[in-house]
Write a protein that binds this ligand. Structure first.
Ligand code: HEC
Ligand code: HEC
Ligand code: HEC
Ligand code: HEC
Length: 129
């Protein structure tokens, strides 16, 4: 009898322990540590140390949403979409940013030029192939 009475609370505790950390992960999904970025055509890949950049910059420096064709700033716990979900010829009217390449160069290269003492600016600094 004593053991049965303990069984339910114990089972609940196990469930809480198993779910707790998963919820924390979901609440602060910071994405992969390192990435190899690729356009749909896949001609070149770019290496991207995501975590290293997260240590230097706020999420909103790179991530945004959109409304009526305009950027909406990144909010805490926003679902982060792939750039190409919006930056493609069908969704984006602005021809300066209507592909992953243009969006990525617009973000990465522009900042790297400003930070050229430390950040790579040559093609081979980002493109491994
Ligand atoms: C210097 C720019 C930069 C910063 C700062 C940054 N990210 Fe990212 N993040 C990216 C890029 C680029 C990708 C790849 C997007 C793609 O594949 O289209 C990405 C991918 C992600 C993904 C995976 C999305 C997917 O579906 O594959 C998540 C989640 C994410 N970032 C969350 C965050 C959070 C949270 C922060 C702040 C703590 C942050 N990022 C800071 C540039 C950045
Ligand atoms: C939910 C849709 C959406 C996603 C996802 C998205 N963007 Fe954008 N982005 C936009 C819109 C809308 C604009 C404004 C375009 C304009 O001004 O005509 C924009 C503008 C930009 C600009 C222009 C610079 C500026 O500040 O005006 C850059 C660069 C850019 N995005 C890069 C990225 C990168 C890199 C990613 C992925 C990490 C990304 N975007 C993800 C919708 C999105
Ligand atoms: C807001 C500024 C900013 C943006 C946006 C940014 N970077 Fe950087 N990046 C830096 C700085 C600063 C460094 C140098 C960090 C250091 O080593 O101190 C760097 C370093 C790097 C390095 C070299 C890291 C190493 O360990 O050798 C790569 C590769 C890189 N960035 C790729 C990218 C790519 C790809 C993007 C776009 C998806 C991007 N970065 C967007 C600022 C930026
Ligand atoms: C700061 C990082 C960075 C630098 C420097 C950079 N790129 Fe990129 N480039 C990217 C990212 C990120 C993408 C999107 C992912 C991909 O397709 O590799 C991209 C995409 C491309 C693509 C599209 C590939 C495809 O499959 O459609 C080409 C072509 C390209 N870059 C050429 C260049 C050339 C040429 C240079 C030098 C003049 C250069 N890039 C410098 C980050 C960079």
């Amino acid at each position: 009898m004593f053991q049965k009475a303990l069984l339910l609370p114990a089972a609940l505790l196990v469930i809480i322990l198993l779910q707790g950390p998963a919820d924390i992960c979901r609440a602060a999904d910071t994405g992969p540590k390192n990435m190899e970025l690729k356009s749909p055509s896949g001609k070149r890949t770019a290496r991207f140390p995501h975590r290293k950049h997260q240590e230097l910059y706020q999420c909103r420096e790179c991530h945004h949403g959109s409304k009526d064709g305009k950027i909406t700033p990144y909010r805490e716990n926003m679902q982060v979409k792939k750039c190409v979900a919006c930056h493609n010829e069908n969704e984006m009217e602005n021809p300066r940013f209507n592909s992953f390449k243009l969006a990525a160069h617009g973000l990465c290269k522009v900042c790297h030029k400003k930070m050229k003492q430390t950040a790579p600016t040559k093609c081979s600094g980002c493109h491994i192939k």
